[in-house]
Design a protein around this ligand. Structure first.
Ligand SMILES: *Cc1c(COP(=O)(O)O)cnc(C)c1O
Length: 378
């Protein structure tokens, strides 16, 4: 029994990705130890935030850093920082934007569920471009005296007719408008922790609870010192728009430990391990009638790691994709995999604990073997 089964909840093996709704990622021992250590005594939260930020900034080659309660909270704070800055009256007034800049620019193709975190500051979203393309001129025309920031969402939504990020940054800088990058799931590669800011993004937001494997309710804002200071003033424990997005001392300590661990991780070995898992899955699955498995690259949000794409020809396999996913989820242990199109699904080694890759394969082979056997009995 564990805490989840005592509550009547089935724990899941996550073969999808670092999805927040499934728990994001699992904290390694060094992160949990840091959190437990931090839980033993009181501390001045502003001072802790300051020191942790300095340390993370140094480690990630950034001017400044701030620990927030998740990437979505990071988007809200980054927006508030660009709109209200460090002005106490403006900070107290948000989301009332009277007398303040009240617009942000987002590619139409980048619009997604997370831009609610931006809009809750009260700003109006000015959309640019389309699937057919976006020009520097489109961006120029959208920029006005009301523009507080330009957002760039990096992930599955990127690369569909958008103006490349370096171009966005070039135009933005010419107008002195900050570019904020949502890079919530853009790890690995570890170099993304400094790549976007080196490109000239003013702020970059990462989730602490995805591949960094920090506390699930943590996030990281990296970038320009003046804007990071503004994020802090617009955040907890100050009475501000960010006050409900509290970050505890344990989360700050945990995220720092997670960043330190991530920087020291053998990323090449991990990549190699993922390749081996995918190769083994593909070899085993391709022996089955009606099943085709191939290496898919890059990963779910564009991370440079492989996953397996399994396509099911239902008539030959005697079972369709939906039934396979349903049986994986209903099985013991319960396994979650992500569907693709109408007849395929992904198996992702990225979020699996050591040994779970074999469990996933065995469960899948059993489901498919049973479907084959029942066919022979007919
Ligand atoms: C996951 C994700 C977020 C939110 O991250 P949280 O840490 O769960 O708040 C925001 N933007 C994108 C693109 C994401 O993938």
């Amino acid at each position: 029994m564990n805490i989840y089964t005592r509550l009547g909840i089935r724990p899941l093996i996550n073969a999808t990705a670092t999805l927040t709704k499934l728990g994001g990622s699992l904290m390694p021992p060094e992160v949990m130890e840091a959190m437990i250590e931090a839980s033993h005594c009181f501390v001045d939260l502003n001072e802790l935030q300051q020191r942790v930020g300095e340390r993370i900034a140094l480690l990630t080659h950034n001017e400044a850093a701030y620990v927030c309660s998740g990437a979505a909270a990071g988007l809200t704070l980054a927006t508030a920082a660009c709109i209200a800055g460090k002005d106490p009256a403006a900070i107290a007034k948000l989301p009332d934007l009277t007398g303040l800049k009240n617009e942000v620019i987002i590619h139409r193709t980048h619009r997604n569920g997370y831009d609610h975190a931006v809009r809750q500051v009260g700003v109006r979203v000015i959309e640019i471009g389309s699937e057919a393309g976006t020009t520097p001129h489109d961006l120029e025309c959208a920029i006005s005296a009301q523009t507080g920031a330009i957002f760039w969402f990096q992930g599955a939504m990127t690369g569909h007719g958008d103006l490349p990020l370096p171009e966005v940054i070039r135009v933005a800088q010419a107008h002195n408008v900050p570019v904020i990058v949502d890079a919530a799931a853009q790890l690995p590669p570890v170099s993304n922790l400094w790549r976007y800011t080196e490109m000239g993004a003013a702020l970059v937001v990462f989730s602490g609870g995805k591949d960094l494997r920090g506390p699930q309710s943590s996030g990281l804002i990296l970038g320009r010192r003046d804007l990071i200071e503004a994020c802090a003033l617009n955040g907890c424990p100050n009475h501000s728009i960010g006050r409900p997005m509290k970050v505890g001392k344990e989360e700050m300590a945990g995220l720092l430990a997670a960043v330190e661990r991530y920087l020291n991780l053998d990323h090449a070995a991990r990549e190699e391990h993922c390749e081996q898992v995918v190769t083994a899955w593909n070899e085993a699955l391709n022996r089955l009638p009606g099943v085709r498995a191939r290496r898919d690259f890059p990963n779910e949000a564009g991370q440079p790691l492989p996953r397996t794409l399994v396509t099911v020809e239902a008539e030959t396999a005697r079972i369709d994709r939906d039934a396979i996913l349903a049986q994986l989820l209903a099985g013991d242990p319960a396994i979650v995999a992500a569907s693709c199109g109408t007849d395929a699904f992904y198996l992702n080694p990225m979020t699996l604990e050591s040994g779970e890759e074999s469990i996933v394969l065995q469960c899948l082979l059993q489901i498919l073997a049973v479907s084959e056997r029942s066919d022979r009995q007919v």
